[in-house]
Design a protein around this ligand. Structure first.
Ligand SMILES: NC(=O)c1ccc[n+]([C@@H]2O[C@H](COP(=O)([O-])OP(=O)(O)OC[C@H]3O[C@@H](n4cnc5c(N)ncnc54)[C@H](OP(=O)(O)O)[C@@H]3O)[C@@H](O)[C@H]2O)c1
Length: 276
């Protein structure tokens, strides 16, 4: 079993340096994939109300031999439930589907700035944390402006911002902003989902030099940036491969070469994307 290093979040809790994404798995696939991943050594699991697989994720956690306190279960608030009361109710639904006493990390999935209610949701999340129902609270797809507004209006910064981050979108400015505020960066679509990034010859060359795969080079690049990638794989071999990235080191030239390419966003733009 591979043991994964951890980061300490700004609220004092520990976050594993790499996790498992579960979108777009259904309940049955998520149960299988998460159960197998926990056996391999994964301790951070990423789901969301909108992935419609919280039940499967919860079943895997319940069935696993891994002690509950070692597992960091993340889920996310959907856009249709923004607002103070709506967030409290939505959280309770997620917690019931997961079958857990508490959720380890709860994120606002998208800011939906046109709806303009994410600060109300944030107040509810602060309360959930105070009640011990959530260990850590964070956001996803937030810009510096959105995070500054949370800080200004509530005095509480998120522990995590989960953003689209991969070698086609290295997010230098946003990562620097996070570092300045003590917010941990999580990377979604870390392998460049849906692009042909992993077929790139530069990645093949760097991978060959270390005797690893292009996917491992990319995930190692994330961890050396200080970001926590949550690669999705339902395949046990690729799950194992993706976890095994703590035994080699990229040098400064290799780090630069990995991200030396044309920029391309694969998912929604946080300022305009509306997902309910
Ligand atoms: N917060 C948000 O708005 C947001 C948005 C998107 C995603 N996410 C989260 O981030 C997670 C990961 O992002 P993602 O699923 O978009 O993209 P990703 O992890 O970059 O890519 C996943 C794809 O790569 C394949 N793959 C996995 N490991 C591989 C390897 N070692 N070599 C070759 N192919 C490999 C997977 O197929 P197999 O399963 O067949 O291995 C899958 O098709 C999601 O599952 C979700 O939890 C969050």
């Amino acid at each position: 079993m591979i043991s994964i290093p951890t980061h300490t979040l700004n609220d004092g809790t520990a976050l594993p340096a790499l996790g498992l994404g579960t979108w777009p798995m259904d309940d049955a696939e998520a149960e299988r994939a998460v159960h197998g991943a926990l056996e391999l050594g994964y301790r951070l699991i990423d789901t969301a109300a909108n992935y419609r697989n919280e039940t499967g994720v919860g079943r895997a956690v319940a069935r696993s031999d891994v002690p509950r306190e070692e597992i960091v279960v993340t889920t996310k608030l959907p856009g249709r439930h923004h607002g103070y009361e709506e967030t409290l109710a939505s959280f309770e639904e997620s917690r019931a589907r997961l079958g857990l006493d508490h959720v380890d990390l709860y994120l606002i999935h998208w800011p939906l700035p046109r709806a303009g209610r994410y600060v109300d949701s944030w107040r509810a999340m602060i309360e959930l944390r105070e009640e011990g129902l959530v260990r850590s609270i964070g956001v996803s797809n937030f810009t510096p402006g959105h995070i500054e507004r949370l800080e200004r209006e509530t005095g509480v910064l998120p522990s995590v911002n989960q953003i689209e981050l991969h070698p086609l979108l290295p997010q230098e400015e946003l990562r620097a902003f996070h570092t300045g505020k003590g917010v941990l960066t999580e990377s979604y679509s870390p392998l460049g989902r849906g692009s042909n990034l992993l077929a790139d010859p530069v990645l093949a060359r760097v991978a060959g030099a270390h005797g690893v795969t292009p996917g491992q080079v990319v995930l190692r690049w994330h961890t050396q940036l200080g970001a926590v990638p949550v690669p999705k794989s339902a395949d046990p071999e690729r799950q194992r491969e993706n976890l095994d990235v703590f035994g080699f080191e990229l040098d400064a030239d290799e780090m630069r070469a990995v991200a030396d390419r044309a920029r391309r966003r694969l998912g929604g733009d946080p300022e305009s994307h509306e997902e309910f």
